[in-house]
Design a binder for this molecule. Structure first.
Ligand SMILES: NC(=O)N[C@@H](O)C(=O)O
Ligand code: NI
Length: 174
């Protein structure tokens, strides 16, 4: 029995229980730089407790559909933001709990996400190379990582396509 997830377009409303969506939709909160730049102000809440906030760069391997999700993880001590450095859509998988059906979202290429502290998620999943992302998260002394490996993986299909080809690698590095 194959457990299927069909991805949906990422929207702030749908993603709200899991985190923030960062994008430049709608009217800027403020025009700056002599009116040449719109500032979409304070659109995500960084939460690192009493630790330090860091910015890292991830260069992640691109994945393809059908995508096997064999692991979710969470960071109990802080939020984690993924800000793409290219204009490619990427796949975001979140769930309320490891035993709940995950939800998969595809960004529109101009969106970033900020996962709330403790949100169960698939690892960073680019869909195009280079998978370059700025990542804003907690820099602290604890591992800040819990993982759950599914006894039966989920298969994420491309929107509207059922899995036929063998699925690509899951959340773990090859
Ligand atoms: N482990 C790590 O830094 N990355 C993961 O947390 C991830 O969500 O990709
Ligand atoms: Ni993570």
């Amino acid at each position: 029995m194959t457990r299927i997830i069909t991805p949906e377009p990422l929207t702030a409303h749908a993603f709200a229980p899991f985190g923030d969506v960062l994008d430049a939709t709608g009217t800027p909160d403020k025009m700056i730089n002599q009116g040449l730049c719109g500032r979409f102000h304070d659109r995500a809440q960084i939460d690192v407790g009493d630790a330090r906030t860091g910015i890292s760069i991830f260069h992640a391997q691109a994945r393809s559909f059908p995508y096997t999700l064999d692991l979710v993880e969470r960071h109990p001590d802080g939020s984690q933001a993924f800000l793409p450095m290219t204009q490619h859509p990427f796949l975001v998988i979140v769930t309320t709990a490891p035993d709940a059906p995950p939800r998969a979202f595809i960004t529109n290429g101009a969106q970033g996400i900020n996962l709330h502290r403790g949100t169960w998620h698939g690892v960073l999943t680019p869909l195009h190379a280079p998978g370059l992302f700025a990542v804003v998260d907690r820099i602290g002394p604890t591992p800040n990582l819990e993982e759950h490996i599914f006894a039966l993986p989920w298969v994420v299909t491309a929107p509207g396509i059922s899995p036929t080809a063998p699925a690509t690698g899951g959340g773990r590095a090859p």
